[in-house]
Design a protein around this ligand. Sequence first.
Ligand code: NAD
Length: 479
Amino acid sequence: MNGKVFIGGKWLAPTSGKTIPVIDPGTGEIFNEIADGEAADIDLAVQAARRALKGEWGKFTAVERGRALSRLGQKVLEHYDELVELESRDCGKVLATARNDIKLLARYFEFYGGAADKVHGEVIPYQNNHAVRVVRQPFGVSGHIIPWNYPTQILGRSVGAALAMGNAAVIKPAEDASLSILRLAELVAEAGFPDGSFNVVPGYGTTAGAALISHPGVNFVSFTGSPQVGTIVQQETARNYVKCVLELGGKSPQVVFADANLDRAVPAIINGIIQNAGQTCSAGSRLLIQQEIYDDVVARIADRFSKLRTGQQSADLDCGPIINARQLGRVQRFIEDAVNSGARIVAQGELAQDLPANGLYVAPTFFADVPRDHMLAKEEVFGPVLIAMPFIDEADAIALANDTEYGLVAGVWTENGGRQQRVAEAINSGQVFINCYGAGGGVELPFGGFGKSGHGREKGFMALEEMSIVKTIVHNFEQ
Ligand code: NAD
């Protein structure tokens, strides 16, 4: 599989003949290679997917699709240790995070395996002697662009739902994180998916990715990544009148009221920002605290932050490395610029001693008293950087929580039942957690954004609706 594309059930050399080196972000060492796929490979993959739809895969019943997905979930669990190790090294994930990701990959296939035959459509009362059925059909060829931060979870949720509905998938993994998805392709074949139903073309975004989103043979696109590329995806798919789901970034608030149970809130707030070294779209990166308890909460969070430890993935500390040098530079620049503009660092975690010289590490950093219009309060850092800001009352909390272009996830911490509901309803966000926080969690829970966080919903049953098209069939049976 190394250096190859997976098309029509076969491993092929990429048409460019070129490969991309795979770097361990914990050490900087090159330890593998992936294909540098481009437009010609995407074209072959789309053709293979189309053949699968006309052939064996297109004839699979919903029950058969569900069984194949359930078998795939089982295969993932059988190869759990191997996939955890691969994912951890390739993406720089501490082992605890990689373990969670692979468990969830299996869960997505189990969930969509069970759901495949439960999409029942509707019968609508209409005129006499007419029968009306509303059914859902697959779009056809679905394109999936996957980012590097949670490749397996995001593949599971988007491709799992697409296959459950009978689409044939062409997948473009991120250039920094393709290995687990390529290994999965082998398991897909073993699980009994017909050739061409699941195709993988690794490569760069501007070549393979751009070719996939603009290919006239692609009927639906699921994109997870940055808002900047999301805009390109929306423009390119619009040219072909193709629907896209955009799962983009976030600047998610954790809103802590004076009556909150802090023993519960503090660990969840810490976990919500350091998970995957902060490289999580739904990271709770803005901590909004009611002014009466502001100093107390800042002190408690600072105490925890100063004890956080960052090291190599295999050491399984609180944070691992950052995915690549460009992203590390971006996080470091955010921290430096914030310090230069007068923002106050209240605590920083520790870097382990004797880290490899070429590893990509940054200490988790906690800023307090950040002004509301500061770039740290507005822009997604995508690293282990948390900021604290005070608010006055419920109305101010809602205004501050919504003072962002994003709207992916929010946390609300209060013991007041009425306020829990009022604030949850007022925050513009795809998910709101009350007295808990699930950064990225919840296979069963519809997930997606408001505003710059994107549109469309993945996960849960709702993804099955997103990845299928409605047809209304009207039958006149008058004599
Ligand atoms: P990115 O947008 O740079 O890349 C994402 C994917 O798009 C990669 O596979 C890349 O190769 C591809 N790509 C890049 N340019 C392309 C183009 N012109 N045409 C087609 N494809 C192209 O994002 P990233 O840096 O990999 O991921 C970080 C971003 O993703 C953050 O903003 C994060 O919040 C977001 N994200 C969102 C979710 C979610 O579920 N909402 C989940 C994970 C990450």
